[in-house]
Design a protein around this ligand. Structure first.
Ligand code: SF4
Ligand code: MG
Length: 336
């Protein structure tokens, strides 16, 4: 399949009057064609900032201060403003929690779909563009397409507007879709329908998806692999099953515990993660999760834990795992 996106040691800071906020503190991941990666974390964990950096929509005072983003081998951070505009929409598209951020209330939906297409494909005829727009609307499950094309965004329900935004995102056949909490504002039934739709489209188009969410339930539905972010760092990363069945970081365990369970024979109580998120202006010296971690040791307060490989593509940054590894090596040593 091959690599579509490669993020290496990406660092993003916000230079505020109160000081530097290291919103993204050196994260790395790969995404292959046809793969869906979830980026999970609380609000303020840096998950959206990271995504905005990929598409060049990071706003001042935010700045990429280090690392690299490679898309099909192209250096994304080296692109000019014009190249970036072209890159967005044609190679990569983004959908948001609130469709109104990218739909214009004063134009019909059909008009906006046609314009989105023509902005990136100057040679397409008006007639073909309209045909493609209608096909796209059908593909995302909108009925009465001819009539719907002539309607304005406010004439659509929340779920239908989200479908329109997905159609807008996908009309130029991007290779990568970045979805930032696209179902969060919707009620549970509509949420499930939109996720189902995204899964279907993903299979049809073989695009890669970076799916940003605070909801592990959503991750289980749609993702192949997961990066768990805390305070601007990826604290755990791995195939979705490893994350759910053998989590290697106390923060991931906390997220799993606080996840609403839908299966009938599980009556586990919801346990919220105690404590408040990190003050990003004055982050702790060592492990950022230490102030909230029930396992915190002295070393946790002093030094950021390194990644420990827990399985194929599964790694976690936690001193507990480092100790286990050291102990396992010692044991192996005494057996010799
Ligand atoms: Fe908890 Fe220490 Fe692991 Fe951080 S490194 S998650 S404080 S045990
Ligand atoms: Mg966000």
């Amino acid at each position: 399949d091959g690599k579509l996106l490669e993020v290496k040691d990406l660092r993003v800071s916000f230079f505020t009057p109160a000081g530097e906020v290291k919103a993204v503190g050196g994260i790395s991941y790969d995404l292959n064609y046809g793969e869906v990666m979830g980026i999970v974390g609380e609000s303020g964990s840096g998950k959206s900032v990271e995504a905005y950096s990929i598409i060049g929509l990071l706003q001042s005072p935010g700045k990429v201060i280090g690392g690299s983003i490679s898309f099909e081998g192209q250096d994304v951070l080296a692109k000019s403003k014009e190249e970036m505009t072209d890159f967005r929409g044609r190679e990569v598209a983004m959908i948001f929690q609130n469709p109104m951020t990218c739909l214009n209330p004063v134009y019909t939906v059909g008009n906006q779909l046609v314009e989105a297409l023509r902005a990136h494909d100057k040679s397409i005829s008006a007639e073909d563009a309209k045909k493609r727009a209608m096909e796209m609307m059908e593909l995302v499950g909108i009925n009465n397409v001819a009539r719907r094309m002539r309607q304005y965004p406010h004439e659509f329900s929340g779920g239908m507007r989200q479908r329109v935004m997905i159609a807008m995102g996908l009309i130029c056949h991007p290779k990568l879709l970045i979805a930032d909490e696209p179902t969060t504002a919707l009620d549970v039934t509509i949420q499930a329908q939109i996720l189902e739709l995204m899964k279907e489209l993903q299979k049809k188009t073989h695009m890669g998806i970076v799916f940003i969410t605070h909801n592990l339930g959503v991750v289980a539905e749609i993702c192949d692999k997961v990066s768990v972010m805390y305070a601007g760092k990826i604290v755990e990363q791995g195939p979705v099953n490893d994350i759910f069945y053998t989590p290697g970081h106390p923060y991931t365990v906390g997220l799993l515990r606080s996840m609403p369970r839908v299966d009938a024979d599980s009556y586990e109580r919801l346990i919220p993660i105690e404590g408040t998120p990190v003050d990003m202006l004055n982050p702790p010296e060592g492990c950022p999760f230490a102030p909230r971690c029930e396992h915190a040791m002295k070393v946790c307060l002093q030094k950021m834990p390194p990644y420990v490989e827990l399985g194929d593509g599964h790694r976690s940054a936690c001193w507990l795992r480092v100790q286990e590894q050291v102990n396992a090596k010692k044991e192996a040593g005494t057996n010799d």
